[in-house]
Structure formats: C-alpha cells, structure tokens
Design a protein around this ligand. Sequence first.
Ligand code: NAP
Length: 400
Amino acid sequence: MAKALIIGCGGVGSVAIHKCCQNSEVFEEICIASRTKSKCDELKAKLEKTTKTKITTAKVDANQVDELVSLIQRVKPDIVMNLALPYQDLTIMEACLATKTHYMDTANYEPEDTAHFEYSWQWAYRDAFKKAGVTALLGSGFDPGVTSVFTAYALKHHFDEIETIDILDCNGGDHGYPFATNFNPEINIREVSAKGKYWENGAWVETEPMEIKRVYDFPEVGVKDMYLMHHEEIESLALNVPGIKRIRFFMTFGQSYLTHLKCLENVGMTSIEPIEFQGQQIVPLQFLKAVLPDPASLGPRTKGKTNIGCIFTGRKDGKEKTYYIYNVCDHEESYKEVGSQAISYTTGVPAMIGAMMVVTGKWQKPGVYNMEEFDPDPFMAELSKWGLPWVECHAPKLVD
Ligand SMILES: NC(=O)c1ccc[n+]([C@@H]2O[C@H](COP(=O)([O-])OP(=O)(O)OC[C@H]3O[C@@H](n4cnc5c(N)ncnc54)[C@H](OP(=O)(O)O)[C@@H]3O)[C@@H](O)[C@H]2O)c1
C-alpha cells in the first residue's frame, strides 16, 4: 500500500491518475498537484466516486524547489511521479533528494531556453541518490519507457547479443484537424524540428530534420511514411546494451502535418527566442501553443490506432536472429476508458506501472536508473493487465 504525489495533471498525468485509481490495492492514496489546481480538483471530483484510492489535491509551482519540499513534507509520499514538463525534472529531483523520496518521470530534462535534451543533467545525480538511499526511475512512458523494457526483455529472453535496434513509433490516428499535436505542442514541436541523430559504431551520426524517410507497413495500422529522429532512449540504450552497433528511431508523420510544420518554421512561429510584441516579450512557440488545439481536446475526435515497438537483429546460440515486439493501442477505446487519446494512454499507463515497480520494491535500488537497467519481467507482466498488451513477430520485415 503506497502513497504517490503526482505532479502535473495534463494529458499524460490524467491517464496515470485514472490508472492509479484503478490500482487502489497498490495506490492507497494519491495527491494530485499542479500549477492549475482547478484541473486537479475536476479530476478528483470525477474519479473519487469510482475508486477506493483516497485523492487529495494541491497547488504547486514545480519550478520552485522550496515549494516542492514543503509539499512533499506535508504529503509524505512514498514516490513523486513527475508528469509535468521536462523543464521541471531537476527541481523535482532536488526536492526528492532533500526529502529522501523516490522519484520517477517520463521525459529527460531539457532547459527551457535551449531545445536540447540529454541525460547528462539527470545522470549527474547518480551518487547523490545513492547516498540518499532513494531510487530515481527515468523515462517511464512508452518511448522512452516500454521501448526500453522491450529491449531488456529481448536481451534477456531472445538474444545473446543485440546488434541493431529500430524503434518505430507510428500514430495512425486521425483527429480531423489539419494541424495539431498529440501531446504538449511546445515539447512536441521542439522535438520534431530538431536535427535527426542515430547511434552507429560507437558514435552519433547527425542528419537534417526529417532528412531520412522510410515507408513501413505497420501491423493493424497499414503503410505509413516514417522519418528518422533523435530520441532520448537512444542515448541510454547505447550505454546499456553491450556490443550494440546501431540504434535508430523513426516516427510517422502525415504530409499535412509536415507541410504545416515547415510553413510555421519558415515564418518563425516555432522559434524559442523571445521577441518584443506590443510592449511585451513573447516566445513565438509558446504563443503558437496557445492557438493550437489543446491535446486533451483531441480525445473525442481521434479515430484509428497507434503501433509502437522495436525491431531487433542480433545473434542467439550462434545463429542470426530478428525479433519485433510492439503494442497496438486504439484511440477510441482509450477515450472510452479514461477520456484521453492513445498517445496520452500509452504514456500514462507505463508511468503508473513504473511507479508501482518502485513502491512495491520490485525496482528499488538507490541511484538514478533508466528503465532497461531493471529486470523487465515484472513490468512486462503488468503491461497487458493495465491495457497495453504486446505482440511478438519472429520474422519481421526489416527497415533498410
Ligand atoms: N515517454 C513518453 O512516451 C512520452 C510521451 C508523451 C509525453 N511525454 C512527456 O509527458 C510529460 C507530460 O506531457 P503532457 O502531454 O501531459 O503535457 P501537458 O498536457 O501540457 O501537461 C503538463 C502538466 O504539467 C503542469 N505543469 C507545467 N508546468 C508546471 C509547473 N511549473 N508547476 C507545476 N505544474 C506544471 C501543467 O499545468 P497547467 O495545467 O497549469 O499547464 C499540466 O498539468 C512531458 O514531460 C512529455 O514530454 C512522454
């Protein structure tokens, strides 16, 4: 029986909160805390009639370590689930250290003023968390998260050595808008407009944004264009998968999304450099976020499925081997169950499971860890149970 303090009550937070409430045997009590407390109160009012989990709410500015420390001292949680934005990772980690509380998140730290994400800032806390005797679990969403667990599972059960990993993230959903993002628009656009990058033979290879395109026929979704992007799990997998030769990440985008994005980039709307507008400093990308559809509003309109998984090549018992493991998630079914589309669903479910692994002691080890560093079996066992079953294919079509 555990108590969780959940920071952030947006798309991903809302799904994780629904799932904690479905799992009241483990999550006896949750406190939902965010910048806008009214959203936490609305969700509490919706869920408290349906669950045995006791729910409280609080207002917090997660950029302020002292505010976080007093909240943690008051709530006394077993774990802090960081489902706010990547900008808040370090302040929340600091507060967890100060109060000796376990920590988890779904995305690695990114400074607000430079669109650059990497693990170094969070890995710098390894010794401090070890000394404090608490666990920090990094990247417990789908990608990173489940894709990292899929890799540990493939290595444990199917390969002696993995040579290549292709992570394929396909969203076959249609929300009917010409342009909208499936999660926080600011974070999403910073990610997709960055240069592409992949890991090969011990070094990074950089590409222009969307320079490398492939076409793949995704099970249960169909044929889609996909583009090579940099993604944070490549960095930790390159370190944690012994002998790995290449890791790439591809995400599908439709032509309408890409055309709109190019146009917005060309006119300067995706810039994070502040500009002066009518006597006020504004960041164009933050203004764009304000006029785009709220990702939470896409839920009732989105039809279709996501397919996210990993294709591995390598060797087992001296023979060459290929293996594809993926999950298919239906936008409409997700909406029916928790009131959110599949992108939030596929992130919020593993967030709850990751926290569950830590508070039940299955994944508790003082220090800062990525998902693939723990035993994948208990996590995999929970995935199907909580709505994300996986499919295996032993002769997949490879990506060239
Ligand atoms: N690993 C994966 O597979 C994956 C996939 C998708 C997303 N993600 C990550 O999931 C996280 C959440 O994404 P989302 O789509 O749920 O975003 P979102 O809908 O924008 O929600 C963010 C939440 O954080 C709150 N927040 C922001 N700044 C805060 C602050 N300073 N103090 C307290 N609360 C604050 C927001 O409050 P307001 O309501 O006041 O704005 C909101 O409730 C992001 O880090 C994203 O990168 C991971």
